[in-house]
Design a protein around this ligand. Sequence first.
Ligand code: NAD
Length: 503
Amino acid sequence: MGLTSRRTAPPRASKQHDDGVGRAPTVRDVHVQLRDASATRLMHTRRMRALQLKALGRMLVEGEQELLDALAADLGKPAVEAHLTEIDLVKHEVDFALLHLSEWMEAHHAKIPMLLQPASAKTEPQPKGAILIIGAWNYPVQVLLGPLVGALAAGNVAALKPSELAPATSAAIARLVPRYLDRRAVQVLEGGADVSAELLGLEWDHICFTGSQRVGRIVAEAAAKHLTPVTLELGGKCPAVVLDGNLHAAGRRIAHGKILNAGQTCTAPDYVLAVGQGMEKLPEVIHRAFVRFFGRDASASRDYGRIVNRKAFDRLVGFIEDAEIDRSVRVIGGGYDAETLYIEPTILVGVDPEAAVMQEEIFGPILPILTVASLDEAMRFINARPSPLAAYLFSERPRPHSVFEDQVRAGAIAFNVCNMHAAVSTLPFGGVGASGMGNYHGRYGFDTFSQLRPVFSKTALVDTLKIAYPPYRKGKTRVVRSVNLGSAGRQDVDVKPGDKPGM
Ligand code: NAD
């Protein structure tokens, strides 16, 4: 297409690349270009998929500093965090996909019922086509480029819509992507809800959205118009139940899980349910961990992030102010500075379950701790609320593990650790119910963006199906039923790789 990477000023925000004849392509132009590329099967071959994945990997290595600077500008994200949770995480996904690409692309032979023999059958993953990926601001590299790995591995083309609330990262991605990836295969469209809405009005073959439940509903509604499948990676209130075990290690792990990215993490423990007696020390243990991480004044630490914008900051400060006027709540921390969008890691002890802070995802460095009498009560508390993206239990005993696994409904369950499951490429990552639908990461991303297509083949040289055609006389019915399609499992015949199709 000869697009160059010049970024243009509004009215179209800074979302397009010049098309080489002086006009910035519109959202519609980009959609047509991607559709054309998909129709010509641009990305179908293993070679092309691998080339684009390798290019993405190179982009993450060579563009590392540009991305680190952007993440620091948007979120005050410390470099180590940016590496671990964004750049390296996606790079690892790229390497993992390259390592397994051939295996994932393989067709699998399927067994065939006796009545339909001789024949051959297989399933083969097919690219879905043109994918729309809409990202959130909190992990603006990971949630945009992570799904792209799965989309490219599965042989698709994609439009990327980064979040306008992380503008430096959005701009960095819009600069880098056309420098490394084939512009016919991947396009970045910057902008806000207006650009999202325009994109959602067009027909895609799959939409992967990461963000809030409110916008998730808008996305699902728009997708329904075209019967487009959606993956919704949403948020929610992830609980951490502390039951027994090493209280100090539990406190440190909860503190770390919470405070990553200044609490703006979808899988962060949103609140703690401390079970029974003996938990009085937990708030101090968690507080001590915060102090150990960032010193007495976290605002002076280079390792502590900032709140994304004034609106989010005001909402979070509102929770602290509410707690400060409620005499039954003990506030540990609670400092803030509007100018630098800094909020001190803060613990709220003895919060009323009906308080505002317990009604919505906190998404900031504020950790309510509530006390419950038993594990049963903790699980009832969790299950009475919308399903979270993850639920954590701190206990070293196997019995509570199995009860928790059995009874708690959540996108993921983790024992004695928070967030880490999201870094494991062999696990699916996604929510359930209010926290989302579908999943990705590793093989699961490949599967999400593929259609698992069955192919069935049977020769017509000899018509062995004659036996199944009407009229259904008695003798024929008996023969057909004796080979019994219904119990195909028992009579399946495995067709070995290499058997001639259609025989
Ligand atoms: P958001 O829903 O406000 O925005 C997400 C994207 O939607 C942005 O690109 C935005 O431009 C677009 N958008 C906003 N309004 C829109 C509209 N009316 N129509 C169409 N598109 C619109 O979410 P956010 O504030 O960026 O992200 C925070 C949320 O994301 C939290 O709830 C968090 O838990 C969740 N999250 C989930 C995951 C996950 O993997 N499950 C990861 C990160 C964040």
